[in-house]
Design a protein around this ligand. Structure first.
Ligand code: FE2
Length: 306
């Protein structure tokens, strides 16, 4: 499928008031107006798209949907054919849902381990409309999508990899440096970053572990780091540089209990000659100073009873 990357992410959250302060004032996100039909939800801008992150009120802080962006209408129609051919149960979003998402059309489907995905094209956009919540140099988006996502799944089986690589057409990046079974994938059209999504196997556990947001200026890694320390926000990993990716980054916990990796790309990413098998996660830094699985990764029973 001709997918560019993650266009938007949707969350359920019991901490919307905290996000309303934290999102703009720590991360530098812009607040987008909520549509009249959905006044309780909170929408954040990372760029000139109508929004990139949506938080809908709910009892549990968890990932609600992953919105993949098809390049355009023809690529979207081809993707619908592919889903049907592969026997994936898919539901076309009605006009009301498309309007709420701010896209032309979308389809909803689940992956074999139960995460909700959406595929859309043509999200509303207005040049010059991004106003950061605090002085900020902006986020790297567009060609690579809005960033990356790591989820923890209770089951990791061949059916999942088949779905990601053969149905969605993602490229395989590698297994990373972790001990358990993990897979990193990127959408077919994304040649700017190593991965859009990773699935980590956590027996009995499910949830979102972290998202990665790319900032345009190295100073915005440092300023975000200063603000996190000033507010005593819990950290997951200290500043460091990844082995496989040319990233300077650190990880801290959001009000929803998953982490954000604030990333500055030290040099442009390019695909490797061969699959890398790193000795360790990072060349320096990234000391684990908090739980690797935050409170947003829960026992399966807790996510099912919600
Ligand atoms: Fe990351």
């Amino acid at each position: 499928m001709d997918i560019l990357g993650i266009g938007y992410l949707g969350f359920e959250s019991a901490k919307i008031d905290e996000w309303r302060d934290y999102g703009p004032n720590v991360l530098g996100l812009g607040i987008a107006p909520s549509p009249e039909s959905d006044p309780e939800s909170l929408f954040f801008k990372l760029d000139d798209r109508r929004y990139r992150m949506a938080f809908h009120p709910g009892p549990l802080d968890q990932l609600a949907y992953i919105g993949w962006e098809a390049k355009g209408r023809l690529e979207y129609l081809a993707a619908l054919e592919r889903l049907e051919e592969a026997g994936v149960e898919a539901e076309i979003g009605d006009a009301d849902l498309a309007a709420r998402r701010g896209v032309r059309e979308l389809v909803r489907f689940k992956d074999p381990v139960g995460f909700q995905h959406e595929l859309f094209y043509a999200q509303k956009w207005m040049p010059g409309s991004f106003v950061p919540g605090r002085p900020h140099g902006g986020f790297e988006t567009d060609e690579r999508g809005m960033g990356h996502l790591v989820v923890i799944t209770p089951e990791y089986h061949d059916g999942l990899e088949h779905f990601l690589t053969r149905v969605l057409g993602f490229r395989w990046y590698g297994a990373g440096a972790g001990k358990g079974r993990t897979g990193f994938f990127r959408s077919k059209l994304n040649d700017k970053t190593s991965h859009d999504i990773a699935y980590g196997h956590g027996p009995g556990m499910r949830g979102i572990q972290h998202i990665g947001l790319y900032v345009k200026r190295i100073a915005d890694v440092g300023i975000t780091h200063d603000l996190v320390k000033k507010r005593n926000i819990p950290m997951m990993m200290t500043l460091g540089q990844h082995t496989q990716d040319p990233h300077l980054s650190f990880y801290h916990f959001t009000p929803s209990g998953f982490a954000i990796e604030t990333i500055f790309e030290v040099e442009p990413w390019h695909p490797e000659l061969h699959e890398l098998n790193p000795e360790k996660l990072s060349v320096w830094g990234h000391e684990l100073v908090g739980p690797i699985l935050g409170p947003s990764v829960r026992k399966v029973e807790e996510t099912e009873s919600a």
